[in-house]
Design a protein around this ligand. Structure first.
Ligand SMILES: Nc1ncnc2c1ncn2[C@@H]1O[C@H](COP(=O)(O)OP(=O)(O)OP(=O)(O)O)[C@@H](O)[C@H]1O
Ligand SMILES: [Mg+2]
Length: 354
């Protein structure tokens, strides 16, 4: 007869304990979200994988601590190993354009020079560093800056009649700068702008992406309209400077995207600090009832990184500025996950379940 061990740890006991652990953004338990995978029990040793909705998840530490606390209540467990994996849920839409993109994030502002391109580039790099598949589309057709900031000035030759995106720092990117000479000015009218943006979405071999970041030109004009009409955007990040006057321009951008039915993901304050002050970003977010993702300091390293084609998140990875970008990227990714998993307030478990 086999000897029974009354203290044997069972799968049921582990899952029951894990079903008391709440995913802090989605407010549901890890088991009903199907986030606990590959459970292995070997005597008192318990190993499992938590399947996240983004590799950039800002709350891994909390989830791990909560899991360990819950499992500490289960008799017989002597050791817990938590592993991580992720599957970014797909933003559901019916458009043919953007099928390869799990999510799309536009970066916008009411006016020029506030740091949209800088935020786009460092957001893309920060997400790529976590292991996400990231693309960056330079939708500033007339004033493209992305290739310079990303340190690459040519794109690879086309393949199968599609443009092949350039790639650096783990990010794929495309820009009309690749198609023009530096001394050439582009004078394009509305319909041409529209078709250019469409081409950069459709005629480029992007492959499968978790996040497509779109760097918009300043203002509330044709490019914003074209983008929103060509493909359903998961949401927009609004960049503002810290002064009250700047927030007025950003408010116009928020109102425009609301009119276009594009969700506002939240607000980033850029160039924050002694010189321009602080606070307008947070106020703007509060008064529009959207998240405030945080502030990026006014920092010469950020400008130098942009000018040199080696962004601060690459050449000064441990600097406070790079850390600020990484923290903000994680908050944006988490917000995108929540948005893609919610449909008008109803929870729709999509393919993270698969
Ligand atoms: N936090 C920062 N600290 C210091 N310099 C910054 C910061 N953010 C952006 N810059 C610099 O400010 C200038 C404008 O930034 P950027 O080109 O990103 O703005 P933009 O909003 O994309 O402008 P445009 O509206 O012309 O597209 C750049 O030289 C950039 O390096
Ligand atoms: Mg720009």
């Amino acid at each position: 007869m086999l000897k029974r061990n009354n203290n044997a740890v069972t799968k049921e006991a582990v899952m029951a304990a894990m079903s008391t652990v709440i995913e802090p953004e989605l407010h549901r338990d890890l088991v009903s979200l199907n986030m606990v995978r590959d459970l292995k029990i070997d005597g008192g040793d318990v190993t499992f994988t938590i399947m996240l909705t983004t590799p950039a998840c800002p709350l891994k530490g909390k989830m791990e601590a909560d899991s360990r606390a819950a499992l500490a209540q289960v008799p017989g467990i002597t050791n817990v190993t938590v592993k991580w994996d992720s599957n970014v849920p797909r933003h559901q839409h019916t458009s043919d354009v953007g099928k390869n993109f799990r999510t799309t994030i536009a970066v916008a502002s009411g006016k020029g020079g506030v740091g949209k391109s800088t935020v786009s580039v460092n957001l893309a790099i920060s997400l790529a560093k976590t292991g996400a598949r990231v693309g960056l589309l330079d939708a500033d057709i007339l004033g493209p800056n992305i290739p310079m900031m990303m340190g690459v000035d040519t794109m690879p030759p086309p393949r199968d009649r599609k443009m092949v995106p350039a790639e650096n720092y783990g990010v794929k990117f495309i820009s009309t700068a690749f198609l023009m000479r530096p001394d050439q000015a582009l004078v394009w009218r509305g319909p041409m702008l529209h078709s250019a943006i469409r081409q950069l979405l459709v005629d480029v071999a992007w492959g499968e992406l978790d996040y497509l970041i779109v760097d918009l030109p300043p203002g509330t004009g044709d490019a914003q309209l074209s983008l929103a009409q060509t493909m359903p955007l998961t949401g927009t990040v609004i960049v503002t400077q810290p002064m009250a006057v700047a927030a007025g321009d950003a408010l116009r951008a928020i109102k425009m995207f609301e009119q276009l039915n594009v969700p506002i993901l939240g607000v980033v304050e850029n160039m924050s600090g002694d010189f321009f002050g602080t606070g307008a970003g947070e106020k703007l977010a509060e008064s529009n009832d959207v998240p405030y993702f945080g502030a990026i300091p006014l920092d010469a390293q950020i400008r130098i990184g942009g000018d040199a084609g080696e962004p601060v998140t690459v050449f000064a990875e441990t600097s406070p500025s790079a850390q600020a970008f990484a923290d903000i990227a994680a908050l944006i990714a988490a917000k995108v996950s929540v948005l893609t998993l919610m449909d008008r307030g109803n929870f729709v478990p999509i393919e993270m379940i698969g």
